[in-house]
Design a protein around this ligand. Structure first.
Ligand SMILES: Nc1ncnc2c1ncn2[C@@H]1O[C@H](COP(=O)(O)OP(=O)(O)OP(=O)(O)O)[C@@H](O)[C@H]1O
Ligand SMILES: [Mg+2]
Length: 291
């Protein structure tokens, strides 16, 4: 038995990552106009960030130009892309509070050719209150929209994903005011649908008061376990309620999905053959094909 590099699991994973990087290129249809999706659910830990990161990574590996806006002070999406978001890093906060241009603040995600991240530094936690106390009422909900409009008039992007924090405060309101599509990840567990009603009311409010173009376009079932009755019951009732907005692909629970961010990676490069990666790739294709 040898311990050549090529035989180690790490080398195997690296080879798989190279394969996925080269084989996916050019396999995703580009939308006619930039599609901008907010990934929202005020319930914590339902898979918002995991979905933003892995759908964006799939599309970028498929050759599309993608921007992920990390709107969560926790900065989990920035971490998952291996992008610096320490205290002195610039990013979403500077765009929202100081009106810095997105193009100056975004960074190319390490290892990608066409995936950018607008990082969430820790000071974003204060942005909510600063928007309310320092910005005029007619502007405070629209700071992200103003920045995105300027950015998209100058830069040609295929997809923009906005990863929201688990709350319905000013940050999420900015996200809802700035996009035309909402993607709601729903975790297949008992309390899943309770928070969704409140989220739908907030989206309705945003639609009436801030953004008539806003609509829930996509529902994604996450952490699905087909072997439990509970998971299949939740999935059934979500499909009954939301109809064909629900993607056919449900994302299964997968250890690799949960492990990938600690290596600054998406599961798409960390373990492209895992069930989680295969499911996220299929979900990304569905979204792209529906566009
Ligand atoms: N399909 C999956 N299989 C296994 N673990 C998963 C899966 N999806 C997400 N997780 C794990 O569940 C936790 C919550 O996921 P994630 O951070 O994406 O949720 P979130 O909605 O963004 O959370 P928050 O509301 O805190 O922002 C994370 O530890 C993540 O790694
Ligand atoms: Mg998150």
């Amino acid at each position: 038995m040898t311990f050549d590099d090529e035989d180690t699991p790490l080398a195997h994973a690296a080879a798989a990552a190279v394969y996925v990087r080269t084989s996916l290129k050019g396999t995703f249809p580009a939308p006619q106009n930039t599609r901008v999706l907010t990934i929202a659910n005020q319930k914590g830990g339902v898979g918002k960030t995991t979905t933003a990161v892995n759908i964006a990574a799939s599309m970028a590996l498929g050759g599309l130009k993608v921007l992920v806006i990390d709107l969560d002070p926790q900065g989990n999406a920035s971490t998952a892309f291996g992008v610096d978001h320490q205290e002195d890093a610039t990013g979403t906060y500077d765009v929202l509070v100081d009106k810095e241009p997105i193009a100056d603040m975004m960074v190319l995600a390490p290892g990608y050719e066409s995936l950018w991240c607008l990082p969430a530094s820790l000071d974003l936690a204060g942005a909510d209150i600063e928007l309310i106390t320092q910005v005029t009422e007619d502007e405070r909900a629209f700071r992200l929209k103003m920045a995105l409009d300027i950015f998209l008039s100058e830069y040609d992007m295929d997809y923009v994903f906005v990863d929201c924090p688990p709350s319905l405060g000013m940050l999420t309101i900015n996200a809802l005011a700035a996009v035309s599509e909402v993607l709601i990840p729903i975790q297949c567990e008992f309390y899943a649908l309770e928070g969704v009603q409140q989220l739908l009311r907030t989206i309705e409010f945003a639609q009436e008061r801030l953004n008539p173009d806003l609509a829930v376009s996509t529902i994604l079932l996450t952490m699905y376990n087909g072997s439990t009755n509970l998971s299949t019951q939740v999935a059934d009732s979500v499909r009954e309620y939301f109809g064909d907005k629900v993607l056919t692909t449900a994302i299964p629970r997968s250890t690799y999905v949960a492990e990938a961010p600690s290596f600054g990676q998406s599961v798409m490069t960390y373990d492209p053959g895992s069930t989680g990666a295969v499911a996220y790739l299929a979900a990304a294709r569905e979204i792209a094909n529906r566009g």
